[in-house]
Design a protein around this ligand. Sequence first.
Ligand code: NAP
Length: 459
Amino acid sequence: MSAPLCVAIVGSGPAGFYAAGALLDADTPVEVDMIERLPTPWGLVRLGVAPDHPKLKSVSRAFERIAERPGFRFLGNVEVGRDLTHADLTRLYDAVVYAVGAQTDRRLGIPGEDLSGSWSATEFVAWYNGHPDFQELPFDLNVDRAVVIGNGNVALDVARMLALTPDELAPTDTTDPAIEAIGGSPISDVVVVGRRGPAQASWTTQELKEMGELAGADVVVDPAELELDAASEAALEHDTNARRNMDVLREFAARERTGQPVTVRFLFLRSPVSLHGDEQVNAIELVRNRLEEQDGRIVAVPTDEHELLGCGLVFRSVGYHGVALPELPFDERRGTIRNEQGRVIGDEGTHVAGVYCAGWIKRGPTGIIGTNKKDAAETVERLLADVREGTLTHKAPATAEAVEALLVERGVRVVLYPGWGAIDELERVAGEKLGRPRVKLRTWDELLDAAERVAETTA
Ligand code: NAP
Protein backbone atom coordinates (compact mmCIF):
# COMPACT_ATOMS: atom_id res chain seq x y z
CA MET A 1 0.00 0.00 0.00
CA SER A 2 1.26 3.49 -0.78
CA ALA A 3 2.19 5.85 2.09
CA PRO A 4 -0.72 8.04 3.14
CA LEU A 5 -1.02 11.62 2.01
CA CYS A 6 -0.22 13.86 4.99
CA VAL A 7 -2.49 16.89 5.21
CA ALA A 8 -2.42 19.73 7.74
CA ILE A 9 -5.68 21.52 8.39
CA VAL A 10 -5.14 24.82 10.16
CA GLY A 11 -8.17 25.66 12.29
CA SER A 12 -10.67 23.38 14.01
CA GLY A 13 -13.98 25.10 13.36
CA PRO A 14 -16.75 23.70 11.15
CA ALA A 15 -14.82 24.23 7.89
CA GLY A 16 -11.75 22.46 9.30
CA PHE A 17 -13.75 19.50 10.63
CA TYR A 18 -15.81 19.13 7.45
CA ALA A 19 -12.59 19.23 5.40
CA ALA A 20 -11.11 16.54 7.68
CA GLY A 21 -14.22 14.37 7.28
CA ALA A 22 -14.15 14.70 3.49
CA LEU A 23 -10.41 13.87 3.38
CA LEU A 24 -10.82 10.79 5.58
CA ASP A 25 -13.64 9.62 3.27
CA ALA A 26 -11.31 9.67 0.25
CA ASP A 27 -10.43 6.48 -1.64
CA THR A 28 -6.77 7.28 -1.24
CA PRO A 29 -5.21 6.86 2.27
CA VAL A 30 -4.95 10.20 4.09
CA GLU A 31 -3.65 11.29 7.50
CA VAL A 32 -4.95 14.57 8.85
CA ASP A 33 -3.30 16.78 11.48
CA MET A 34 -5.70 19.45 12.69
CA ILE A 35 -3.62 22.34 14.00
CA GLU A 36 -5.40 24.70 16.39
CA ARG A 37 -4.02 27.68 18.35
CA LEU A 38 -6.43 27.10 21.26
CA PRO A 39 -6.35 24.02 23.50
CA THR A 40 -10.00 23.43 22.48
CA PRO A 41 -11.52 22.51 19.11
CA TRP A 42 -14.77 23.50 17.28
CA GLY A 43 -14.04 27.20 16.63
CA LEU A 44 -17.22 29.27 16.59
CA VAL A 45 -19.34 26.25 17.56
CA ARG A 46 -17.77 26.48 21.02
CA LEU A 47 -16.92 30.18 21.09
CA GLY A 48 -19.34 31.94 18.72
CA VAL A 49 -22.73 30.22 18.66
CA ALA A 50 -24.98 31.78 21.30
CA PRO A 51 -25.11 29.68 24.49
CA ASP A 52 -28.93 29.65 24.44
CA HIS A 53 -28.78 27.82 21.09
CA PRO A 54 -27.68 24.35 22.26
CA LYS A 55 -29.22 22.67 19.20
CA LEU A 56 -26.81 24.55 16.92
CA LYS A 57 -23.93 23.50 19.15
CA SER A 58 -24.93 19.84 18.90
CA VAL A 59 -23.19 19.70 15.50
CA SER A 60 -20.07 19.13 17.63
CA ARG A 61 -21.16 15.49 17.93
CA ALA A 62 -20.50 15.07 14.20
CA PHE A 63 -17.07 16.64 14.74
CA GLU A 64 -16.35 14.19 17.58
CA ARG A 65 -17.10 11.28 15.25
CA ILE A 66 -14.65 12.67 12.70
CA ALA A 67 -12.00 13.06 15.42
CA GLU A 68 -12.39 9.39 16.38
CA ARG A 69 -11.54 8.17 12.88
CA PRO A 70 -8.17 6.51 12.18
CA GLY A 71 -5.80 8.96 10.55
CA PHE A 72 -7.03 12.00 12.52
CA ARG A 73 -4.77 13.84 14.98
CA PHE A 74 -5.56 17.05 16.91
CA LEU A 75 -2.64 19.36 17.68
CA GLY A 76 -4.09 21.99 20.00
CA ASN A 77 -2.21 24.96 21.49
CA VAL A 78 -0.09 25.11 18.33
CA GLU A 79 -0.11 28.49 16.65
CA VAL A 80 0.87 28.88 13.01
CA GLY A 81 3.11 31.94 12.82
CA ARG A 82 4.45 31.35 16.38
CA ASP A 83 5.14 27.61 16.80
CA LEU A 84 5.12 26.57 13.16
CA THR A 85 5.55 28.71 10.05
CA HIS A 86 3.85 28.32 6.71
CA ALA A 87 7.23 27.13 5.37
CA ASP A 88 7.36 24.44 8.10
CA LEU A 89 3.89 23.25 7.08
CA THR A 90 4.68 23.03 3.36
CA ARG A 91 7.87 21.12 4.22
CA LEU A 92 6.29 18.76 6.76
CA TYR A 93 3.04 18.03 4.95
CA ASP A 94 2.00 17.10 1.43
CA ALA A 95 -0.86 19.59 1.55
CA VAL A 96 -2.05 22.38 3.85
CA VAL A 97 -5.68 23.49 4.14
CA TYR A 98 -6.20 26.83 5.87
CA ALA A 99 -9.58 26.97 7.63
CA VAL A 100 -8.85 29.78 10.07
CA GLY A 101 -12.14 31.69 9.75
CA ALA A 102 -12.48 35.45 9.89
CA GLN A 103 -10.52 36.54 12.95
CA THR A 104 -11.50 40.17 13.33
CA ASP A 105 -14.48 42.48 13.02
CA ARG A 106 -15.23 45.19 10.50
CA ARG A 107 -14.93 48.76 11.79
CA LEU A 108 -17.48 51.54 11.40
CA GLY A 109 -14.78 54.19 10.89
CA ILE A 110 -16.68 56.89 12.84
CA PRO A 111 -15.60 59.31 15.61
CA GLY A 112 -15.99 57.91 19.11
CA GLU A 113 -15.81 54.28 17.96
CA ASP A 114 -13.11 53.55 20.56
CA LEU A 115 -14.83 55.22 23.54
CA SER A 116 -15.26 53.05 26.57
CA GLY A 117 -18.63 51.27 26.33
CA SER A 118 -18.29 50.81 22.56
CA TRP A 119 -17.60 47.18 21.79
CA SER A 120 -17.44 44.99 18.75
CA ALA A 121 -19.99 42.20 18.84
CA THR A 122 -17.14 39.74 18.31
CA GLU A 123 -15.55 40.82 21.64
CA PHE A 124 -18.83 40.46 23.54
CA VAL A 125 -19.60 37.08 21.94
CA ALA A 126 -16.09 35.77 22.69
CA TRP A 127 -16.37 37.03 26.28
CA TYR A 128 -19.72 35.45 27.16
CA ASN A 129 -18.68 32.22 25.42
CA GLY A 130 -15.45 31.84 27.42
CA HIS A 131 -12.74 32.52 24.79
CA PRO A 132 -9.56 32.64 26.94
CA ASP A 133 -8.21 35.73 25.12
CA PHE A 134 -11.28 37.82 25.96
CA GLN A 135 -11.95 37.12 29.64
CA GLU A 136 -10.20 40.22 30.97
CA LEU A 137 -12.36 42.65 28.95
CA PRO A 138 -14.07 45.03 31.37
CA PHE A 139 -17.70 44.69 30.31
CA ASP A 140 -19.81 47.03 32.40
CA LEU A 141 -23.48 46.34 31.77
CA ASN A 142 -24.73 48.81 34.40
CA VAL A 143 -26.52 51.03 31.90
CA ASP A 144 -30.15 51.60 30.92
CA ARG A 145 -29.89 51.41 27.16
CA ALA A 146 -27.70 49.38 24.78
CA VAL A 147 -27.62 49.97 21.04
CA VAL A 148 -26.71 47.17 18.63
CA ILE A 149 -25.61 48.27 15.17
CA GLY A 150 -26.27 45.85 12.29
CA ASN A 151 -29.08 43.65 11.01
CA GLY A 152 -27.37 40.26 10.85
CA ASN A 153 -27.80 37.15 13.01
CA VAL A 154 -24.90 38.16 15.24
CA ALA A 155 -26.71 41.42 16.09
CA LEU A 156 -29.75 39.35 17.06
CA ASP A 157 -27.57 37.05 19.21
CA VAL A 158 -26.14 40.06 21.05
CA ALA A 159 -29.53 41.76 21.51
CA ARG A 160 -31.12 38.50 22.71
CA MET A 161 -28.28 37.66 25.12
CA LEU A 162 -28.58 41.14 26.66
CA ALA A 163 -32.31 40.59 27.17
CA LEU A 164 -32.19 37.07 28.68
CA THR A 165 -33.41 36.64 32.25
CA PRO A 166 -31.34 34.84 34.91
CA ASP A 167 -33.70 31.85 34.51
CA GLU A 168 -33.07 31.74 30.76
CA LEU A 169 -29.31 32.05 31.24
CA ALA A 170 -29.09 29.47 34.04
CA PRO A 171 -29.31 26.28 31.91
CA THR A 172 -26.76 27.51 29.31
CA ASP A 173 -22.98 27.32 29.07
CA THR A 174 -22.60 31.10 29.22
CA THR A 175 -19.61 31.80 31.46
CA ASP A 176 -20.31 32.49 35.13
CA PRO A 177 -19.11 36.13 35.05
CA ALA A 178 -21.29 36.78 31.98
CA ILE A 179 -24.33 35.17 33.62
CA GLU A 180 -23.77 37.39 36.65
CA ALA A 181 -23.25 40.55 34.59
CA ILE A 182 -26.14 39.99 32.17
CA GLY A 183 -28.52 38.59 34.78
CA GLY A 184 -27.83 41.49 37.14
CA SER A 185 -27.81 44.23 34.51
CA PRO A 186 -30.37 47.05 34.72
CA ILE A 187 -30.56 47.35 30.90
CA SER A 188 -34.21 48.03 30.08
CA ASP A 189 -33.94 49.07 26.43
CA VAL A 190 -32.05 47.23 23.69
CA VAL A 191 -32.20 49.03 20.33
CA VAL A 192 -31.22 47.21 17.13
CA VAL A 193 -30.34 49.65 14.33
CA GLY A 194 -30.19 48.76 10.62
CA ARG A 195 -28.73 51.04 7.96
CA ARG A 196 -31.14 49.73 5.30
CA GLY A 197 -34.79 48.74 5.58
CA PRO A 198 -36.49 45.72 7.17
CA ALA A 199 -36.66 43.98 3.77
CA GLN A 200 -32.85 44.11 3.45
CA ALA A 201 -32.00 42.65 6.87
CA SER A 202 -29.81 39.55 6.63
CA TRP A 203 -31.35 37.75 9.63
CA THR A 204 -32.76 34.29 9.19
CA THR A 205 -36.45 34.17 10.10
CA GLN A 206 -36.12 31.61 12.89
CA GLU A 207 -33.63 33.86 14.70
CA LEU A 208 -35.89 36.90 14.25
CA LYS A 209 -38.93 35.01 15.58
CA GLU A 210 -37.05 34.15 18.76
CA MET A 211 -36.84 37.85 19.62
CA GLY A 212 -40.58 37.68 20.19
CA GLU A 213 -40.38 34.65 22.47
CA LEU A 214 -38.23 36.00 25.29
CA ALA A 215 -39.42 35.52 28.86
CA GLY A 216 -38.45 38.98 30.10
CA ALA A 217 -38.62 41.23 27.07
CA ASP A 218 -41.24 42.90 24.91
CA VAL A 219 -40.34 43.28 21.27
CA VAL A 220 -41.35 46.69 19.93
CA VAL A 221 -41.62 47.71 16.29
CA ASP A 222 -43.26 50.94 15.18
CA PRO A 223 -45.46 50.10 12.15
CA ALA A 224 -44.08 53.23 10.44
CA GLU A 225 -40.64 51.51 10.39
CA LEU A 226 -42.09 48.78 8.17
CA GLU A 227 -43.35 50.96 5.32
CA LEU A 228 -41.53 49.83 2.21
CA ASP A 229 -40.44 51.75 -0.87
CA ALA A 230 -41.45 50.33 -4.27
CA ALA A 231 -38.08 48.68 -4.97
CA SER A 232 -38.04 46.86 -1.61
CA GLU A 233 -41.63 45.75 -2.09
CA ALA A 234 -40.75 44.37 -5.53
CA ALA A 235 -37.61 42.64 -4.21
CA LEU A 236 -39.71 40.73 -1.65
CA GLU A 237 -41.32 38.74 -4.46
CA HIS A 238 -38.05 36.90 -5.13
CA ASP A 239 -36.75 36.73 -1.56
CA THR A 240 -38.57 34.23 0.63
CA ASN A 241 -36.44 34.89 3.71
CA ALA A 242 -37.09 38.65 3.52
CA ARG A 243 -40.81 38.04 2.96
CA ARG A 244 -40.99 35.82 6.04
CA ASN A 245 -38.99 38.36 8.06
CA MET A 246 -41.49 41.05 7.08
CA ASP A 247 -44.37 38.84 8.23
CA VAL A 248 -42.67 38.36 11.61
CA LEU A 249 -41.93 42.08 11.97
CA ARG A 250 -45.55 42.97 11.14
CA GLU A 251 -46.72 40.53 13.78
CA PHE A 252 -44.31 42.20 16.26
CA ALA A 253 -45.64 45.64 15.26
CA ALA A 254 -49.21 44.54 16.00
CA ARG A 255 -48.37 43.44 19.55
CA GLU A 256 -49.35 45.29 22.70
CA ARG A 257 -46.59 45.73 25.29
CA THR A 258 -46.98 43.35 28.20
CA GLY A 259 -44.89 45.36 30.67
CA GLN A 260 -41.79 43.18 30.65
CA PRO A 261 -38.72 44.76 32.25
CA VAL A 262 -36.83 44.93 28.93
CA THR A 263 -37.90 46.18 25.51
CA VAL A 264 -36.08 45.19 22.35
CA ARG A 265 -36.72 47.79 19.66
CA PHE A 266 -35.95 47.71 15.96
CA LEU A 267 -35.03 50.88 14.07
CA PHE A 268 -34.32 50.91 10.36
CA LEU A 269 -32.85 53.27 7.76
CA ARG A 270 -30.37 54.79 10.20
CA SER A 271 -26.57 54.76 10.17
CA PRO A 272 -24.28 55.64 13.05
CA VAL A 273 -22.41 58.89 12.42
CA SER A 274 -20.52 59.25 15.71
CA LEU A 275 -20.49 58.13 19.31
CA HIS A 276 -20.66 60.88 21.93
CA GLY A 277 -19.08 61.02 25.37
CA ASP A 278 -15.86 62.11 27.10
CA GLU A 279 -14.35 58.77 27.97
CA GLN A 280 -17.50 56.71 28.24
CA VAL A 281 -20.08 56.62 25.45
CA ASN A 282 -23.30 58.41 26.49
CA ALA A 283 -25.10 58.76 23.15
CA ILE A 284 -25.02 57.68 19.54
CA GLU A 285 -25.70 60.05 16.67
CA LEU A 286 -27.63 58.46 13.83
CA VAL A 287 -28.38 59.78 10.36
CA ARG A 288 -31.61 58.86 8.60
CA ASN A 289 -31.09 57.07 5.30
CA ARG A 290 -33.20 56.65 2.21
CA LEU A 291 -32.85 53.70 -0.14
CA GLU A 292 -31.61 53.96 -3.70
CA GLU A 293 -31.03 51.36 -6.40
CA GLN A 294 -27.41 51.35 -7.58
CA ASP A 295 -26.10 48.73 -10.02
CA GLY A 296 -28.99 46.41 -9.20
CA ARG A 297 -28.45 46.68 -5.42
CA ILE A 298 -30.56 48.61 -2.94
CA VAL A 299 -28.18 50.84 -0.96
CA ALA A 300 -28.57 53.27 1.96
CA VAL A 301 -27.99 56.94 1.14
CA PRO A 302 -27.76 59.42 4.05
CA THR A 303 -30.22 62.33 4.29
CA ASP A 304 -29.46 65.45 6.34
CA GLU A 305 -31.75 64.34 9.17
CA HIS A 306 -29.78 63.45 12.32
CA GLU A 307 -30.95 62.17 15.70
CA LEU A 308 -29.23 61.58 19.02
CA LEU A 309 -30.02 58.47 21.04
CA GLY A 310 -28.76 58.36 24.64
CA CYS A 311 -27.06 55.05 25.53
CA GLY A 312 -24.32 53.65 27.74
CA LEU A 313 -23.32 50.74 25.52
CA VAL A 314 -22.88 50.29 21.78
CA PHE A 315 -22.23 46.93 20.14
CA ARG A 316 -20.94 47.14 16.57
CA SER A 317 -22.20 44.05 14.79
CA VAL A 318 -21.41 44.85 11.17
CA GLY A 319 -19.68 41.65 10.10
CA TYR A 320 -16.44 39.77 10.57
CA HIS A 321 -13.29 40.23 8.48
CA GLY A 322 -10.51 37.76 7.65
CA VAL A 323 -6.92 38.50 8.66
CA ALA A 324 -3.98 38.02 6.27
CA LEU A 325 -1.61 35.15 7.04
CA PRO A 326 2.13 35.58 6.58
CA GLU A 327 3.39 34.30 3.20
CA LEU A 328 -0.10 33.74 1.79
CA PRO A 329 -1.74 35.75 -1.02
CA PHE A 330 -4.58 37.82 0.42
CA ASP A 331 -7.50 39.84 -0.92
CA GLU A 332 -7.67 42.74 1.58
CA ARG A 333 -11.04 44.02 0.44
CA ARG A 334 -12.81 40.69 0.82
CA GLY A 335 -10.69 39.58 3.76
CA THR A 336 -10.01 36.19 2.15
CA ILE A 337 -7.03 34.16 1.00
CA ARG A 338 -6.91 34.51 -2.78
CA ASN A 339 -8.27 31.25 -4.15
CA GLU A 340 -10.22 29.48 -6.84
CA GLN A 341 -12.65 26.96 -5.40
CA GLY A 342 -10.27 26.44 -2.49
CA ARG A 343 -6.99 26.24 -4.45
CA VAL A 344 -4.79 29.11 -3.21
CA ILE A 345 -3.76 31.35 -6.10
CA GLY A 346 -0.35 33.07 -6.04
CA ASP A 347 0.78 36.39 -7.54
CA GLU A 348 1.41 34.76 -10.91
CA GLY A 349 -2.22 33.71 -11.07
CA THR A 350 -1.44 30.02 -10.67
CA HIS A 351 -2.16 27.52 -7.91
CA VAL A 352 0.36 27.57 -5.05
CA ALA A 353 1.03 23.83 -5.14
CA GLY A 354 -0.22 21.94 -2.11
CA VAL A 355 -1.94 24.94 -0.47
CA TYR A 356 -5.73 25.19 -0.07
CA CYS A 357 -8.33 27.01 2.01
CA ALA A 358 -11.88 26.43 3.23
CA GLY A 359 -14.65 28.24 5.12
CA TRP A 360 -14.81 31.96 5.91
CA ILE A 361 -11.14 32.59 5.01
CA LYS A 362 -12.02 31.19 1.54
CA ARG A 363 -15.41 32.76 0.81
CA GLY A 364 -15.87 35.50 3.46
CA PRO A 365 -18.02 35.51 6.62
CA THR A 366 -21.31 34.32 5.18
CA GLY A 367 -23.72 31.42 5.59
CA ILE A 368 -24.62 29.14 8.47
CA ILE A 369 -22.58 26.28 10.00
CA GLY A 370 -23.82 23.76 7.42
CA THR A 371 -22.69 26.00 4.54
CA ASN A 372 -19.15 25.00 5.43
CA LYS A 373 -19.79 21.34 4.65
CA LYS A 374 -20.32 22.03 0.95
CA ASP A 375 -17.57 24.62 0.96
CA ALA A 376 -15.03 22.23 2.51
CA ALA A 377 -16.14 19.40 0.20
CA GLU A 378 -15.39 21.62 -2.80
CA THR A 379 -11.87 22.34 -1.51
CA VAL A 380 -11.21 18.65 -0.81
CA GLU A 381 -12.51 17.69 -4.27
CA ARG A 382 -9.92 20.04 -5.80
CA LEU A 383 -7.19 18.62 -3.57
CA LEU A 384 -8.06 15.04 -4.52
CA ALA A 385 -8.26 16.02 -8.20
CA ASP A 386 -4.67 17.31 -7.84
CA VAL A 387 -3.69 13.92 -6.38
CA ARG A 388 -5.35 12.10 -9.31
CA GLU A 389 -3.64 14.38 -11.81
CA GLY A 390 -0.27 13.81 -10.15
CA THR A 391 0.36 17.47 -9.24
CA LEU A 392 0.04 16.57 -5.54
CA THR A 393 2.08 13.59 -4.35
CA HIS A 394 3.41 12.25 -1.08
CA LYS A 395 6.93 13.34 -0.21
CA ALA A 396 9.14 11.29 2.10
CA PRO A 397 9.82 13.97 4.80
CA ALA A 398 6.08 14.40 5.42
CA THR A 399 5.44 12.17 8.43
CA ALA A 400 3.58 12.43 11.72
CA GLU A 401 6.87 11.71 13.56
CA ALA A 402 8.68 14.62 11.87
CA VAL A 403 5.97 17.04 13.01
CA GLU A 404 6.07 15.68 16.54
CA ALA A 405 9.86 15.94 16.68
CA LEU A 406 9.81 19.58 15.59
CA LEU A 407 7.14 20.52 18.14
CA VAL A 408 9.12 18.80 20.91
CA GLU A 409 12.30 20.58 19.77
CA ARG A 410 10.49 23.92 19.95
CA GLY A 411 9.08 23.17 23.41
CA VAL A 412 5.43 23.50 22.39
CA ARG A 413 2.90 22.31 25.02
CA VAL A 414 0.79 20.43 22.47
CA VAL A 415 -2.75 19.46 23.52
CA LEU A 416 -3.73 16.20 21.82
CA TYR A 417 -7.33 15.02 21.55
CA PRO A 418 -7.28 13.17 24.91
CA GLY A 419 -6.12 16.46 26.47
CA TRP A 420 -9.16 18.19 25.02
CA GLY A 421 -11.20 15.18 26.19
CA ALA A 422 -10.05 15.91 29.76
CA ILE A 423 -11.10 19.56 29.47
CA ASP A 424 -14.43 18.48 28.00
CA GLU A 425 -15.05 15.95 30.77
CA LEU A 426 -14.18 18.41 33.53
CA GLU A 427 -16.48 21.05 32.07
CA ARG A 428 -19.36 18.62 31.56
CA VAL A 429 -19.12 17.13 35.05
CA ALA A 430 -19.13 20.65 36.54
CA GLY A 431 -22.17 21.48 34.41
CA GLU A 432 -24.12 18.32 35.21
CA LYS A 433 -24.48 19.22 38.88
CA LEU A 434 -26.07 22.51 37.87
CA GLY A 435 -28.26 21.29 35.02
CA ARG A 436 -26.03 23.01 32.46
CA PRO A 437 -24.31 21.43 29.43
CA ARG A 438 -20.92 22.47 30.83
CA VAL A 439 -19.18 25.08 32.94
CA LYS A 440 -16.40 26.39 30.74
CA LEU A 441 -12.80 26.75 31.81
CA ARG A 442 -11.96 30.31 30.84
CA THR A 443 -8.23 30.88 31.19
CA TRP A 444 -5.24 29.50 29.32
CA ASP A 445 -3.77 28.17 32.57
CA GLU A 446 -6.97 26.34 33.57
CA LEU A 447 -7.31 24.85 30.09
CA LEU A 448 -3.68 23.76 29.75
CA ASP A 449 -3.54 22.40 33.31
CA ALA A 450 -6.66 20.30 32.72
CA ALA A 451 -5.28 18.98 29.43
CA GLU A 452 -1.90 18.16 30.95
CA ARG A 453 -3.33 16.36 33.95
CA VAL A 454 -4.66 13.65 31.62
CA ALA A 455 -1.33 13.46 29.83
CA GLU A 456 0.34 12.78 33.21
CA THR A 457 -2.17 10.09 34.24
CA THR A 458 -1.87 8.25 30.92
CA ALA A 459 1.95 8.59 30.70
P1 NAP B 1 -24.05 39.78 8.32
O1 NAP B 1 -25.19 38.84 8.18
O2 NAP B 1 -23.21 40.04 7.13
O3 NAP B 1 -24.65 41.16 8.86
C1 NAP B 1 -23.89 42.32 8.93
C2 NAP B 1 -24.83 43.50 9.11
O4 NAP B 1 -24.05 44.66 9.31
C3 NAP B 1 -25.73 43.78 7.89
O5 NAP B 1 -27.01 44.13 8.35
C4 NAP B 1 -25.03 44.98 7.24
O6 NAP B 1 -25.90 45.83 6.53
C5 NAP B 1 -24.55 45.70 8.47
N1 NAP B 1 -23.47 46.66 8.19
C6 NAP B 1 -22.32 46.44 7.51
N2 NAP B 1 -21.58 47.57 7.49
C7 NAP B 1 -22.30 48.51 8.15
C8 NAP B 1 -22.07 49.87 8.47
N3 NAP B 1 -20.95 50.48 8.09
N4 NAP B 1 -23.01 50.53 9.14
C9 NAP B 1 -24.16 49.93 9.54
N5 NAP B 1 -24.45 48.63 9.28
C10 NAP B 1 -23.51 47.93 8.60
O7 NAP B 1 -23.00 39.33 9.43
P2 NAP B 1 -23.11 38.73 10.91
O8 NAP B 1 -24.35 39.10 11.59
O9 NAP B 1 -21.81 39.12 11.51
O10 NAP B 1 -23.13 37.17 10.67
C11 NAP B 1 -22.05 36.49 10.00
C12 NAP B 1 -22.56 35.17 9.44
O11 NAP B 1 -22.79 34.26 10.51
C13 NAP B 1 -23.87 35.32 8.71
O12 NAP B 1 -23.88 34.49 7.58
C14 NAP B 1 -24.90 34.85 9.73
O13 NAP B 1 -26.10 34.35 9.18
C15 NAP B 1 -24.11 33.76 10.43
N6 NAP B 1 -24.68 33.53 11.78
C16 NAP B 1 -25.70 32.63 11.89
C17 NAP B 1 -26.31 32.44 13.10
C18 NAP B 1 -27.43 31.44 13.22
O14 NAP B 1 -27.68 30.71 12.29
N7 NAP B 1 -28.14 31.43 14.33
C19 NAP B 1 -25.91 33.17 14.22
C20 NAP B 1 -24.88 34.10 14.08
C21 NAP B 1 -24.28 34.28 12.84
P3 NAP B 1 -26.03 45.73 4.92
O15 NAP B 1 -26.90 44.56 4.65
O16 NAP B 1 -26.66 47.03 4.57
O17 NAP B 1 -24.63 45.57 4.38
